[in-house]
Write a protein that binds this ligand. Structure first.
Ligand SMILES: Nc1ncnc2c1ncn2[C@@H]1O[C@H](COP(=O)(O)OP(=O)(O)OP(=O)(O)O)[C@@H](O)[C@H]1O
Length: 299
C-alpha cells in the first residue's frame, strides 16, 4: 500500500473531527473521499500532508510520514484556494513549480503544456486576479500537478467548474493516474466519484460509515432498484414482499428491492397488469447510498 492511515484520530480540544480512520490506497489508484460538510475530509488531507498532526494513529506514504514542506513529490489542491492575486499566471506557475524543485525551463515547458490543455494559454501574462473564479481554479489545479507529483491530493477539485471544464479536469486526472500517480480527492458529486474511483470512503461526523471498492460498497448496500416502463398504474405493486420503496416516474416507476429475487416477483405481477415495455434490475447509485448512510438533511 502506498498511502496508509491507521486508526487516525484528530481532536481539536474536546471536539473529535476525525475518529479512528483506517484506509489504504495503492500506488496509481484513484481514491474518492465523500462526506457531508464538516465530515472531516479537509482535516484528513491536512494530516496526510503533514500540515496537521494526528492526535492518535499513524499516516505513512510509502512507509514514511510526509511533511508537506519537505516533500516535492506531493501535489495539493487546497479547499481554500490560494494563489497570489497580483502575480501573472505563467510567472506564478513557474514560481510554484520551482518551489517543488523543478528547473525553470522544465517548469516553463510543463506550464505551457498544461495551460494549453486547460485552455488558459491566453491568460499566461494576465494577473491571477483578472481571471474568473473557474479559470483561477484551473490555474491552481495546474499548479498542483505541474511538477509530476506521485501523490496528488485534490480537495473538491470540480467545485466551481462548468461542465466542459469538469470533463477537461476528469480527463487530466485520469491521465495523471495512468502515468502512475496516486490520487485522493474529495467531492460532493457522487457521479464524479462513481466515474473515477475504484475505491472510496464516506465519512460522517468524523467516522467512516462506508468504505471499500465501488463494487463492494454497492453490493454491501444490499438493496437494488427495479425499473419498469409501462402505461398502467404501478402503485399496487408496492405491496409485493421485499419491495422497500416505490417512486412513480413519467414512464412507469422505480422500486427499491431487498434482493434480486424480488425482481422476478415484480415482473410477474407487472405482466399481469399489462404489457411491460422495459424491465431492468439496477445497482444502487452512490447518491442513494450516501443519502441513506449520511441522511437527507446533510446533503
Ligand atoms: N482548526 C480547527 N479547530 C477547530 N475545529 C476545526 C478545525 N479545523 C476543522 N475543524 C472542525 O472539524 C470538523 C471537520 O472539518 P473539515 O474541514 O475537515 O470538514 P470537511 O469534511 O472538509 O467539510 P467540507 O465538505 O465542508 O469542506 C468541522 O466540524 C470543523 O469545524
Amino acid at each position: 500500500m502506498a498511502l496508509k492511515l491507521e486508526h487516525v484520530t484528530k481532536k481539536f480540544g474536546s471536539f473529535t473531527a476525525v475518529e479512528d480512520l483506517t484506509l489504504s490506497v495503492n500506488e496509481g489508484q484513484m481514491y474518492g473521499f465523500l462526506g457531508a460538510n464538516g465530515a472531516g475530509k479537509t482535516t484528513t488531507f491536512r494530516m496526510i500532508l503533514g500540515l496537521l498532526d494526528p492526535t492518535e494513529g499513524d499516516i505513512t506514504w510509502k512507509g514514511n510520514r510526509l511533511t508537506y514542506h519537505t516533500s516535492h513529490s506531493v501535489g495539493y489542491l487546497p479547499e481554500e484556494r490560494g494563489l497570489y492575486p497580483k502575480m501573472k499566471v505563467e510567472e506564478q506557475l513557474i514560481y510554484l513549480a520551482k518551489l517543488r524543485n523543478m528547473q525553470k525551463n522544465d517548469a516553463k515547458i510543463a506550464a505551457a503544456r498544461w495551460m494549453e490543455r486547460f485552455d488558459v494559454s491566453h491568460y499566461a501574462s494576465k494577473k491571477v486576479e483578472e481571471l474568473s473564479k473557474g479559470n483561477q481554479q484551473k490555474i491552481q489545479v495546474i499548479s498542483s500537478l505541474l511538477h509530476n507529483p506521485s501523490l496528488l491530493i485534490l480537495d473538491e477539485p470540480f467545485s466551481g467548474l462548468d461542465p466542459v471544464n469538469v470533463e477537461l479536469l476528469k480527463e487530466a486526472i485520469i491521465d495523471v493516474a495512468k502515468e502512475g500517480a496516486t490520487i485522493v480527492f474529495s467531492s460532493h458529486r457522487m457521479d464524479h466519484v462513481e466515474e473515477l474511483c475504484e475505491n472510496l470512503s464516506i465519512m460522517h461526523h468524523g467516522k467512516t460509515v462506508v468504505s471499500g471498492s465501488l463494487k463492494e460498497v454497492k453490493r454491501g448496500f444490499g438493496k437494488q432498484n427495479v425499473q419498469l416502463k409501462m402505461e398502467q398504474d404501478l402503485s399496487s405493486l408496492l405491496h409485493t414482499p421485499g419491495v422497500l420503496q416505490f417512486k412513480p416516474t413519467k414512464e412507469g416507476g422505480i422500486f427499491q428491492i431487498s434482493d434480486e429475487k424480488v425482481g422476478d416477483d415484480l415482473l410477474k405481477k407487472a405482466i399481469e397488469l399489462g404489457p411491460v415495455r422495459h424491465f431492468s434490475i439496477e445497482e444502487p447509485s452512490l447518491q442513494e447510498i450516501f443519502i441513506e448512510k449520511v441522511g437527507k438533511q446533510h446533503v
